[in-house]
Design a protein around this ligand. Structure first.
Ligand SMILES: Nc1ncnc2c1ncn2[C@@H]1O[C@H](COP(=O)(O)OP(=O)(O)OP(=O)(O)O)[C@@H](O)[C@H]1O
Ligand SMILES: [Mg+2]
Length: 265
């Protein structure tokens, strides 16, 4: 085998959703017959408010249990090992390389920025997790990386608490990056961020994808989607109704405008 082949990154992971259904109070909010994510380096999941995008991502993470169906991941690409995600507990996901950022951030109120990130990288390595803040090895191992991300995103007071919703969004993204995902799902990562930070998030996503991570992004700012994504899935009323390149989705002007309103394509 040549050096080039030896150094080639492993194939991107793939997630398969089959017959996945979820209802709340008798109302079906997700009903996805068949969906493959990870076919392309960066994929978008778009659709109107309430389409089921967040619920579908939560079903993949098994933080929302399925009523029926099956969700699996091939961490080394199709044909390799298969992990049935819908059989795994949520806490085991990151250990298999699957990480998700959250649309509504409910973490980070009780820990400082720095401690939140140390806690994230500590994972399950500590028998007594509350001791992570005194573990110099852990601090030393991650200090440069954490400092690098915090400087990149412009955090000015890492020893303080995350203040704004935007700062919490960015902190959640840094948390995901520190976990070195092989498959990363981002739920509205740039919502509420100024343009300059949106660009920085987009650059990081491109960098990750180029290094072999599969990225799926939910976003209402379609400029982000059109410029980032190699493939887009359009969800409406719980199902994926369109799939294609940005150009192909935009060509379905009437469908997209029906759900998202005029001016989005
Ligand atoms: N825990 C829950 N209990 C009851 N209904 C829920 C729950 N979670 C979501 N829903 C409902 O399921 C539907 C889909 O919601 P979801 O949050 O998945 O949509 P979304 O596509 O992410 O929308 P948005 O773009 O506004 O974030 C909505 O009608 C929502 O009200
Ligand atoms: Mg949502």
């Amino acid at each position: 085998m040549s050096d080039l082949q030896n150094s080639a990154p492993a194939a991107r992971p793939e997630i398969r959703v089959e017959g996945a259904v979820k209802s709340f109070s008798g109302r079906v909010v997700v009903d996805v017959d068949e969906l493959v994510l990870g076919d392309q380096p960066i994929e978008g999941l778009i659709g109107p408010n309430g389409a089921g995008k967040t619920t579908l991502m939560r079903m993949i993470m098994h933080s929302t249990p399925l009523d029926r169906g099956r969700i699996s991941m091939h961490p080394d690409g199709p044909g390799g090992e298969e992990i049935v995600l819908s059989d795994l507990p949520t806490f085991a996901m990151a250990g298999r390389g699957l990480v998700k950022s959250n649309q509504v951030i409910m973490d980070f109120d009780r820990l400082t920025i720095w401690d939140s990130l140390l806690f994230a990288v500590a994972g399950a390595r500590c028998e007594r997790p509350y001791r992570v803040f005194a573990e110099h090895d852990l601090f030393d191992a991650h200090e440069d990386e954490i400092r690098g991300y915090l400087a990149y995103f412009g955090f000015t007071d890492p020893m303080g608490f995350a203040q704004s919703a935007g700062e919490k969004k960015l902190l959640d993204i840094v948390r995901c990056l520190l976990l070195k995902p092989r498959f990363l799902m981002l739920d509205e990562p740039t919502a509420g961020l100024p343009d300059e930070l949106t660009e920085k998030v987009m650059d990081k996503i491109r960098e990750l994808a180029a290094a072999g991570t599969a990225v799926v992004i939910v976003e209402h700012d379609l400029n982000v989607i059109w410029s980032l994504c190699d493939q887009v899935h359009f969800m409406a009323e719980g199902s994926v109704i369109l799939r294609g390149t940005s150009e192909e989705i935009r060509a379905h002007k009437t469908v997209v405008e029906k759900y998202l309103g005029e001016g989005h394509v």
